[in-house]
Write a protein that binds this ligand. Structure first.
Ligand SMILES: C[S@@+](CC[C@H](N)C(=O)[O-])C[C@H]1O[C@@H](n2cnc3c(N)ncnc32)[C@H](O)[C@@H]1O
Length: 199
């Protein structure tokens, strides 16, 4: 089994799970990575939502499958959720960071798009999606959650001096969109799943 990721930090974390000769990890970018021979199984977990151009990516990955091989993908699909919409809304409201608006186009299509795309590649497909209701605790828990995902690349592109003001404006919007209850703050989080098998 070979695991690839483009992040040295992620590869360093994975390295301790390696089993030489059976489970190995290597740097690679899924946008241009290609195997040396046809594959029995491709699994992508929580990665393809960071990668654009699924129109060309999915058929290329499907083409790597051996007969009876399978591809299984899971990815978050929250580009239309308040967490993401409010990032753009906050970016649009202030000339200091307006230029960053729309920098990350929605990468994830509706689930039916993936089913049809893999059918067109000759695969047998199962697809489903689940909305997880995460109950978060503490002050600004949705902000803390998003800091580890969608907000990361935005903050990285903002000058350090602008980050506190941007974050405060965004946090105020999140508090209205995701009100705190006596049981915690509910964050709905959608994930799409699909499995395609070559006959
Ligand atoms: C949420 S993490 C998931 C990591 C791992 N797949 C897992 O399930 O624990 C998203 C990963 O996607 C990786 N990633 C983003 N774009 C990538 C690309 N173009 N090629 C390879 N990896 C990429 C990031 O480096 C990051 O480690």
């Amino acid at each position: 089994v070979l695991g690839i990721d483009s992040s040295p930090e992620m590869l360093a974390a994975a390295a301790e799970r390696a089993i030489p000769g059976r489970l190995e990890f290597a740097p690679g970018d899924v946008r241009d990575w290609a195997p040396a021979e046809p594959l029995d199984l491709i699994i992508s977990n929580a990665t393809l939502h960071w990668v654009p151009e699924h129109e060309t990516l999915l058929p290329r990955l499907a083409s790597y499958l051996a007969p009876r091989g399978a591809i299984a993908v899971q990815m978050p699909a929250n580009f239309d959720a308040a967490t993401h919409v409010l990032i753009n809304e906050t970016l649009a409201e202030d000339p200091r960071w307006q230029a960053l608006k729309d920098w990350r186009p929605a990468a994830v299509h509706p689930l039916s798009w993936y089913v049809e795309k893999l059918w067109a590649c000759g695969l047998i497909v199962d697809g489903w999606e689940t909305v997880y209701l995460h109950v978060l605790h503490g002050d600004d828990p949705v902000l803390e959650w998003v800091k580890g995902s969608a907000l990361r690349p935005v903050l990285a592109r903002l000058p350090e001096a602008d980050r506190p003001a941007f974050t405060a404006a965004y946090a105020a919007k999140l508090r209205s969109a995701y009100p705190r209850t006596e049981h915690g703050t509910v964050l709905p989080f959608r994930r799409v799943f699909f499995v395609g098998r070559r006959p």
